[in-house]
Design a protein around this ligand. Sequence first.
Ligand SMILES: Cc1cc2nc3c(=O)[nH]c(=O)nc-3n(C[C@H](O)[C@H](O)[C@H](O)COP(=O)(O)OP(=O)(O)OC[C@H]3O[C@@H](n4cnc5c(N)ncnc54)[C@H](O)[C@@H]3O)c2cc1C
Length: 322
Amino acid sequence: MLDSDDIGRRRREPAKRAARDEIDMNDRGPVRMKPPKFDYHAPDTVREAVAVLADVGDSAVVLSGGQSLIPMLNLRLARPTDVVDLGAIDGLANLEPVDGGLEIGAMVTHRQMETNDLVASITPLAQHAAGFIGHRAIRNRGTIGGSIAHADPAAEWPAVLLALDGTITLASAETTRTVPGDQFFEALFTTAKRPDELITSVYLSGRFQNSWGFSEFQRRTGDFATVAVAVGCVIATGAVVEARIALAGVAERPVRCPDAEQALIGTRPGRAVDAAIAARDSFEPVGDCHGSTEFRKRLVFAETKRAVTQALGPDLESRANA
Ligand SMILES: Cc1cc2nc3c(=O)[nH]c(=O)nc-3n(C[C@H](O)[C@H](O)[C@H](O)COP(=O)(O)OP(=O)(O)OC[C@H]3O[C@@H](n4cnc5c(N)ncnc54)[C@H](O)[C@@H]3O)c2cc1C
């Protein structure tokens, strides 16, 4: 049992320790680094950044918005020897219309995607989905390149990228290459990106701008999606001629659902329900503390139906792509 003197002594301890260590108790700045030690690089150009990656090898990591990496460092889930901060590199946060679509610099933040007029007009699905990512503070810092490199299977951007037939441009010291989204996401938090590469930009097609849908279930505002569905369609003379349906939260990576896409092609009635049934029957999501397999399958049905209904609307003609 502690007596009141003991308690008083214990309360005074931190102040005594602070005096001994000459720490200013009113200084709210960081007293100690929580992450493991690493060498910090702040290159001015992509060329310098990839030179560091080539030099150090796979014990280096790239830092963008830090919204996933910093927690991983602080929890010691990542122990890189070197951190390459992309924050000082000019030109990585540009948004540019290219060939009817949108080229998006890797450092463009979720918030820019949510508020930018070009995004709203060329890729409205992306603009809409951005608002579902975390909280405003996360969206202010987190970047599209960081999210795609991180490849969380419940994240919005990977699913949007698949639905909008996106590609990813990667730079290394040797070369630059562009990988289709369909080939980029390989497994849980695993992509086709090599350790010596960084993502410089992402391209999203503009051909789905008149017919798109997005729906997600999150337990609380700001949570990752339990299930999210992104839909992009191309419509000609009142019929769906191309459909892309991508889901987050149903597998170890973001996935498209060919059976649900096929259900949308043509002009048959009831296609939203057909697509939703096909999506539900295509996946066996692993149950966890956020929802059982059965619950997630029901969500797949409901969210797919909502997203497809939004994409097709009551009047297909009015959405015909030019
Ligand atoms: C509380 C909270 C809630 C969140 N909710 C959501 C959510 O609902 N939906 C969602 O999608 N995300 C969510 N996030 C994650 C957030 O979107 C992050 O922004 C995103 O996952 C990573 O982007 P970043 O720019 O912060 O990358 P960082 O954290 O800097 O990096 C993440 C990883 O990607 C690598 N990387 C970063 N940039 C590049 C690049 N250009 N090239 C190569 N590799 C790179 C890093 O090395 C690291 O491994 C949440 C995060 C928090 C903290």
